[in-house]
Design a protein. Structure first.
Length: 277
């Protein structure tokens, strides 16, 4: 078993699993509790446009994904503020537009885009040390912001009306939360790919909410579950020559189903804010 540690690409993959689990365990908890999975899906698929632009212009596709993800988050926040049209419909349009732009940008790119499939379906074994550094920086940014705004995020996650009565800038906090979701999605892209990113963002927190009513404990449990799922999935994919991203998702779903058998308590997401302070 330990022979895998002699390979640099496996060490990079293991480190990426640990770093990514921190981000999606924390932010995924907000996504599940606040019930904004569809919004997160729209942001995830829109990042494909940034990946395509990166290939076309010649800069890192990861940075392109960050740019498009943040722009999508800001656009969704703007829609929510002004209520210009059906939010679900416009997010669906943005979802399709991001994928279409990505395909067009890539088609305009001279030659062949070698890592294209890894962004769609994930291939953590190809992650580079430079990408590890980028993920680490994004992790630090996410962690610091969540620590600083923990109580404010707590308020808007469970009860926006109550947050407004406290005088909190709900719109700005919601926008910031969407930006953090965008950054987390970018971290997950090389791990499991755009197609599967929502699964890893939601499955660990969906298990965690069944075993705790306290947000901080949900986050901690989500991070631990994420580390476990990604490491087990990575090892199984390595020894059985399977696609790593898809294997991680299957392992996660299996344990989610097991959690349903051991804990039949219905999800109680309307949690009292005072209990979490």
């Amino acid at each position: 078993m330990f022979e895998i540690f002699q390979y640099d690409f496996m060490l990079n993959a293991l480190l990426a699993c640990l770093l990514a689990s921190i981000a999606f365990g924390i932010i995924g908890t907000y996504v599940v509790v606040k019930r904004i999975v569809f919004i997160s899906g729209g942001i995830a698929h829109s990042t494909y446009g940034g990946i395509g632009l990166g290939y076309l212009v010649g800069f890192s596709p990861l940075f392109g994904a960050i740019g498009f993800g943040i722009l999508s988050a800001l656009f969704i926040a703007l829609l929510r503020k002004f209520k210009l049209h059906s939010e679900d419909m416009l997010i669906g349009i943005m979802w399709s537009l991001g994928m279409a732009l990505g395909i067009l940008f890539i088609s305009f790119t001279p030659g062949y885009a070698p890592n294209l499939m890894s962004y769609l379906f994930g291939n953590i074994l190809t992650i580079s040390f430079e990408e590890i550094i980028t993920i680490s920086i994004l992790d630090i940014i996410i962690f610091i912001i969540v620590i600083v705004f923990y109580e404010q995020f707590l308020a808007i996650t469970f009860d926006e009306e109550f947050a407004e009565t406290l005088g909190l800038p709900v719109g700005k906090l919601y926008t910031l939360l969407l930006v953090l979701i965008a950054l987390t999605i970018v971290i997950l892209i090389k791990l499991v790919g755009i197609i599967l990113v929502i699964a890893m963002l939601t499955i660990p927190p969906s298990i965690a909410v069944r075993f705790s009513n306290k947000l901080s404990k949900m986050m901690f449990l989500s991070v631990m579950l994420g580390i476990f799922f990604t490491l087990i999935g990575l090892l199984i994919s390595y020894y059985f020559n399977l696609v790593s991203g898809a294997t991680i998702i299957v392992i996660s779903i299996i344990f989610y189903l097991i959690s349903l058998l051991f804990n039949k308590r219905k999800l109680k997401l309307n949690i009292n804010i005072e209990e979490n302070l």
